[in-house]
Every structure is written in structure tokens, then in C-alpha cells.
Design a binder for this molecule. Sequence first.
Ligand code: PBG
Length: 342
Amino acid sequence: MAVHFPMSAAFKLDLTHRPRRLRRNATVRSLVEETVLRPADFIAPLFVVDGKGAPEAIASMPGVLRYNVADLVKECRALAKLGVPAVALFPKLDKKFKNDTGTAALDEDALILRAVRAVKKALPELVVMTDIALDPYTTHGHDGVLTADGGDVANDATVEILTKMAVLHAGAGVDFVAPSDMMDGRIGAIRQALDAAGNTQTSIMAYSAKFASAYYGPFRDAVGSAAAAGTRGLDKRTYQLNPANRREALIEVALDEAEGADVLMVKPAGAYLDIIREVREATKKPVAAYQVSGEYAQIMAASQLGWLDLAKTRHESLLAIKRAGADMILTYFAKEMAAELR
Ligand code: PBG
């Protein structure tokens, strides 16, 4: 049985406010647009491998490749041309370079250092960031060294290694070191170590509110650190934040700021927009957000199935992150977005 609405030509609301007036057409809408994405908002995370092989695909991150150093430089040049101001480099090491304590992280000839030198030599203006954490270097995939009984990640021993790693990376020419380990006190220790070594101009982007997230799965495939999802019953929840906690995230951000972080990061981004907003309001420092591998994978998978429109969905996902308060966004969509926005 069809239901008909009663309609009367005489019916008229006496409205003072008709917000739809400002949505009437594209030009009016553009006048009142509050948030605009631009290529300079993005930091492109890039994976690097040793050797001279062709770029390697990552099954759970379609479209993302691992590059050898020469191809990495080419990719960086293409990004710079499109107006992307920064890259964040992540090494994928051969198993033979990994051990329980991640000693290859302090190798003077480490892949990541060679990659940084090559990129900075070719593109001195491009901002280069590197992760400071041991997960690419440890067989167990944790971000630090384990305690004697193997039951936890040892805080202070890990921080000591990270300070040395940060100084090595600064020496290779990175503009930002990005400690992603979530050990207590590491920002202050790294700042001191950098300054003592004369690297007063090396900035720190702190992974401050980094949650123990299931959304990191594809990244762990990309760098081969997936073991830490549960080695010896130990996952990353003794150092990364509980996704249930908001106040605790703000404590971490306040500590990193007090210890000297130049930029404060929230990670993941899309499921943590409330945290981005709160951090934005709690600090005057720049706020970064990381749209992580699982966020990328979700959008790619649904669009490959024909269930979501790729271009529109990625744009909206990033717009939301910026609207929440992020000044810069790490995203695997950086290149496509920059190309589209130009
Ligand atoms: C590790 C690190 C991780 C990511 C960046 N640095 C994963 C983890 O903590 O296990 C995740 C990035 C992503 O998922 O895109 N220090």
C-alpha cells in the first residue's frame, strides 16, 4: 500500500535561518569552505630495501612498494616535484641482519643511513625523517631490547640505544628523528644526546600518542616485524597506549612536549580524531597525525572490490584528519593526493 504525504502549496516555514543558502552552488560552497588540503600537508612514508632489485610489492598495501636506494631517490624526486615537502623512511632488513638486541641499528653503514645520505645528496631541500625504534632490527620485532627474563621491553636500556641511533641518523643528515618506540623518557634523552653531539638543528617528531593498534598489521608485513604481534606472549601493549585511554594520551603528549619534542604525533589517525582534536587544543606545537597502513589497506580493499570510490574516500579521510587539527599528515596516499590537488 503506497503512502502519500499530504502536500499543500501554501505550506511555508517562516525561517530566519536557512543554512542551505550557503550550500547553493559550488562557488558559494568554496567561499565558506573551512578546511583545504594541499600537497604541503603530506609526509610520504617510504620503504627501502638493500640491493639492486626491482621495487617489491607488499600484498596488504596495494600500490605501496619497497625501493632499493637508487629507486628511492627517484621516488623522492617525483614526490618533491609534486610539492610533497617531506618523506619518512623505513628500512626492511634481510633476516640475517636481525638479532635479539637489534645491534644492526647502530651499524655505521646501515641501510637507512645510506638511504638518508643518498636522498639528502640528491634533494637537499626535501625534509627527511627516520623512525627511531628497534623493530626493523630485532628478530622478535619489538621496538626495544627485552628484559633478562624476556617478559618485557627494557625501558632504560632501550633508550640508551635509541639515543645513539638518533645521533647516527642526525649525522647522516636527517632533518627530523621520529622516535616511535613509546619508551618513557626517550625524548629528553634523545634531545640531550643530539645537542651534545652538536646536532642542535635536528628536530624531533615524537610519536607521542601512539596506540597499540590492530591497524599496524600491513606495516609489519612491509618491514617484517609481525612477530611482535605476540612473541612469547608479549605484544606491544606494555609500551603503546591502550586504545581505550584518552587522558593517558594527553599525559604522554605533555611529557614529550616538556622533554623537548618539536612536533607531537597522534597515531593512528582516522579512528583517533578525538585525540587529534584534544592534542591540538592542549598544545601550541605543531601536531602530526599518521594515517597508518591499516587505514590505507581498508580504503584500498574496499575500492578494489568496487564498494568505495577510491579518490573520494581517501580525500575525505584526509580532510577529516586535517579538520580534527592535524598540521601535517603521514599518509601512503601522499603522492596521489599531491598529484590530484595540483
Ligand atoms: C614501529 C612503527 C610502526 C609503525 C610505524 N613505526 C608499527 C609498530 O609499532 O609495530 C606503523 C605504521 C603503519 O602502520 O603504517 N616503530
